[in-house]
Design a protein around this ligand. Structure first.
Ligand code: NAP
Length: 303
């Protein structure tokens, strides 16, 4: 039995691990992918204080090492059942048995949201990708497109400039949602922005060969020749299977300012939580608060 189990090894979960271990707790972090979360897939992070620029992989690897040094146990497995009620929480995993803990911190983060264009899943790995940093290098010397107008889409487009012969950024409106700094950077780059444009079809089999796009103002359709298509149409919270945890209408976990959920002893931190700013620094801050309150909760249970 652990004092605290943390679901997810992104910046929120890893920071919670550091704070909980330093608070004298026994801690297990359960992660179903590689550690680091979405941050680990970010090529350059330029807004985490103390680092003018650092790769997401390096930043999160440091957090993992810090956790390990403090004795945090990592369980790399898929939770199949999560039972959060009562004084003993139970997380059943596919291969590593059941992790029991007095308190749980949900830090499962968010996942890319599919665009919803026909054949999107069929062409995944055949030219369609949700991760420019993972797959960008496969498109050296080839034309690629990114869809979306947020920070992820702009960062992806700028990252893909390193490899691709041409980068298109396809956005459904006439203004980007991305930060001013990134918007300015992309405006000055070689990225070709297709404004007011949506992707209606993915053409090619077994690999993507082109996109059919439609200008939403004029109704005109055209074809864009690309080998790679990177989808950055936002994220959805990874909150499936959290039975009994109060979520908002979009599936984000509801907490108070102290990261408490509606279930005693269950806290949430990071991108899975309903909040206004999703960044590594706010994930880390959530993780610290969640751990601090979990430590207090477990302390009171043991008293
Ligand atoms: P986001 O900010 O939600 O942006 C999603 C983009 O996709 C929007 O521009 C949206 O268009 C577009 N979109 C959504 N559904 C679409 C559809 N069906 N068809 C066409 N376009 C569609 O998502 P994100 O860029 O992944 O960012 C997620 C969070 O992480 C944000 O809070 C972001 O600030 C943060 N983040 C921060 C950084 C950083 O600070 N460097 C980097 C990456 C992510 P509309 O604009 O028209 O809605």
């Amino acid at each position: 039995m652990y004092d605290i189990a943390i679901l997810g090894a992104g910046p929120a979960g890893l920071t919670a691990g550091i704070y909980a271990a330093r608070g004298g707790m026994s801690v297990a972090v359960i992660e179903n992918q590689a550690p680091g979360g979405q941050a680990a897939l970010t090529a350059e992070i330029e807004n985490y204080p103390g680092f003018e620029t650092i790769s997401g992989f390096d930043l999160t690897a440091r957090m993992v090492a810090q956790c390990e040094k403090l004795g945090v146990v990592f369980v790399y497995d898929n939770p199949t059942e999560i039972a959060l009620n009562g004084d003993v929480k139970k997380i059943t995993t596919a291969y590593s048995g059941t992790v029991e803990a007095r308190s749980v911190i949900i830090a499962t983060g968010a996942l890319p949201r599919p665009l919803g264009v026909p054949r999107e899943s069929e062409l995944l790995g055949g030219g369609v990708s949700y991760c420019a940093t993972c797959d960008g290098a496969f498109f050296r010397g080839k034309p690629v497109a990114v869809v979306g107008g947020g920070n992820t889409a702009v960062e992806d487009a700028l990252y893909l400039e390193r490899f691709a012969s041409e980068v298109y950024l396809i956005h459904r409106r006439d203004a980007l949602r991305a930060d001013a700094l990134l918007s300015d950077r992309v405006a000055k780059s070689t990225v070709k922005i297709l404004w007011d444009t949506v992707v209606t079809d993915l053409v090619g089999a077994p690999r993507l060969q082109s996109l059919t796009v439609k200008n939403v103002r004029t109704g005109e359709t055209s074809s864009v020749r690309v080998d790679g298509f990177f989808i950055a149409a936002g994220r959805k919270p990874a909150s499936d299977g959290l039975t009994g945890v109060a979520l908002d209408e979009s599936g984000y976990v509801l907490t108070d300012d102290e990261m408490r959920t509606n279930i005693a002893g269950v806290f949430a931190a990071g991108d899975v939580r309903r909040k206004s700013l999703r960044q590594v620094v706010t994930a880390a801050a959530d993780g610290a608060l969640a751990a601090e309150n979990a430590v207090k909760y477990v302390g009171a249970l043991k008293a």
